[in-house]
Design a protein around this ligand. Sequence first.
Ligand code: GLN
Length: 317
Amino acid sequence: MVEQRTENPRVGSSILPLATIFFSSLFRVFPLIRSTVSVVNTEFDADLQQCLRQASHKLDSRLEAEILLAHALDKGRSWLYAHAMTRPDTAQMQAFSNLLERRLAGEPIAYLTGKREFFGRDFIVNKDVLIPRPETEHLVERALELPLPARARVIDIGTGSGCIALTLAAERPAWQVAAADLSPPALAVADQNRRRLGLEQVELVHSDLLAELQDREFDLIISNPPYVATGDPHLDQGDLRFEPALALACDGNGLKLIMQLIEQARRQLVAGGWLLIEHGHEQGEPVASLFEGTGFQQIKTETDLAGLPRLTLGQFP
Ligand code: GLN
């Protein structure tokens, strides 16, 4: 009896490498053809291993290829290894191809997957918020070490995804944590994260720095404000190109908002309250002297993992 094949005929695995060689040499000879063909060649019935090999080559990163493929398949990265011979269906292949194309155009991985880990928790992110960075984890660590009252009143200014405020609230459940941002779409992201993490007690406030909170007192004011100078060439490079300018840059050589924040904080910290600010690596000295000129004490500037001055803190007497 003749064997009946009911499933779609697949390209035999022994033909695939030959076909790959044929097409890649075609691309080399006619580079223009490449741009008209989807980024992962969905015509082939490739398995995960082959998808990963192709994508790693194009991205020049195995890790990024794995993250994007896992995201397209809605699985974890380790799943890919356990299912190396699985063949994604057309929709999955198309989803992967779209992600690859966007990554090759420079879009940050965190915006493609919609999340970024911060202090051991996943935060939802999108183009309306800054992507949480390791430097800011250090800011959080430093806040957790401060000698604060058990039920400390804390505000995070320019919260974005909410990563600072929500991490503090999760790590110190007795603290009364609020978070402010000028951008309503950023507050919507913070709200999503607040609900996902079960931290509904964290208050979200629409405010330009401390403007809407003038009747309140705090034991700690913490912030990762925009501190890149408007027009800085770094804004046209890497992930920064895709992040909200409002969250990244400001006038006064990147110091305008920090100056305003220090001035406002002075009026709203309790006696003995702390101000903790992340800043640019060339802003350590100017920020420390602003703290000093405003009457702060115990002023300290600390370096990030790269050894660059990255945060300054001080206590208001
Ligand atoms: N640390 C970020 C960067 O330079 C900037 C973050 C910010 O402006 N707060 O990539």
